[in-house]
Design a binder for this molecule. Sequence first.
Ligand code: HEC
Ligand code: HEC
Length: 381
Amino acid sequence: MAARDGLDAAIGKAIFGRMWVPAPASTRHADGLGPLFAARSCASCHSAEAGRTRFRLGRDDPGQDPGLVVRLGSSSGAPDPIYGAELQPEGLGKAPGEGRAAVSFAASGKPSWRIEGPGYGALAPATAMSARVAPSLAGLSLLERVPEAAILARAETEARDGVSGRPHWIEGPKGKSLGRFGWKASEPTLAAQAASAFTLDLGLSTERRPEVAGDCTPFQTACRDAPQGAPPGEPEVASDLFASLVAFLEHRPAPPPPALSRRGVTLFAATGCAACHAPSLPLGGGAGVAAFTDLLLHDMGPGLDDGVGEQAAASAEWRTAPLWGLSRTLAQGSGLLHDGRAATVADAVRWHDGEAAAARSRFDALTPAERKTLVDYVSGL
Ligand code: HEC
Ligand code: HEC
């Protein structure tokens, strides 16, 4: 079984790196890209070793970075009627790309987004833009294995200090399931996340998401009419290749454990960071995973509210970002928070409001020496 798993993961790695090409092509099983898409491969956005994309808002041009994706929608989560649920800057054949994301900043530093060179006219008045950086893929199978009951139990006991995390229930054909992945915990499993990446980011159909035209809406006729990469009724990404890709995701090792800092651990708890960034979640059988997330949604206040709801998550609600691997994210110069706007841990905390307001106040009230100990600890995770 293990050998078979390893083989699957090796094939999956190749699928992860594969540059998909437009249909029709002579390379069967590698075509079907787009016609609207954000990148040609998973690896274009998620680096080979799968750290977070290097994008930092305010330093890098968002219109040039494939690792930054822009979701489109209303505050209740309805996609744009013309552009769909995601901005795809690239188009093939007669289907023009949708345009590039551009940003300006309010005096508070809060970003405000627009489309430069919109391919299909103006966005609907109710549509807002939500920029997201591509996260690290390290250790995700552990987060998939945390028993649902353990996450729900945390939601029950968290209510303290105005902290009130809630599970993101995702409605599906087989009833509701608990969302875990993505900045808003909108995908319950790695397979579901991969299928939606194929649909939204690459314009490729899978058995799970059979829509052949990806995120093209009925108004995007050139996209709808373009050739497809598979005969009707068959997915563009063959099911065995898809299964191998998921095996690859499941084999991404967790980030290495941090150096021990007793003072750091104590301050992290006393300041209230641990209320959401849970230092450990149970895996069953006495084991635990130190990802520093509770996998729950929290209302983070107006500074992080970008106006785009997603499924049952409100526009100000975000999944507690796992802090494991943060040292590497910082070392490679990637921005923190969902849109990469924060350069340091202290910058990230400055944007914590809503349910995290009490923790932020306590952080501000630390002595400079304590604050440095806490920031060094978190920066070293
Ligand atoms: C155009 C850039 C882009 C491409 C291409 C892309 N991703 Fe992503 N990926 C993202 C972004 C951005 C997110 C965060 C999405 C969100 O939260 O809304 C993400 C999230 C994820 C996550 C969840 C990570 C977590 O911490 O919860 C997984 C797993 C993932 N992608 C796998 C894939 C796979 C597999 C492919 C190829 C089929 C792929 N991605 C293609 C940008 C991309
Ligand atoms: C109420 C819950 C809550 C509390 C309390 C909280 N956080 Fe967070 N934290 C979040 C959420 C949710 C995000 C993701 C927000 C986003 O990306 O928009 C986040 C993101 C972060 C990030 C950025 C991580 C990344 O991957 O980009 C850092 C760093 C961070 N928190 C540190 C802290 C520290 C330090 C404290 C204590 C002073 C703290 N947090 C308290 C919920 C919380």
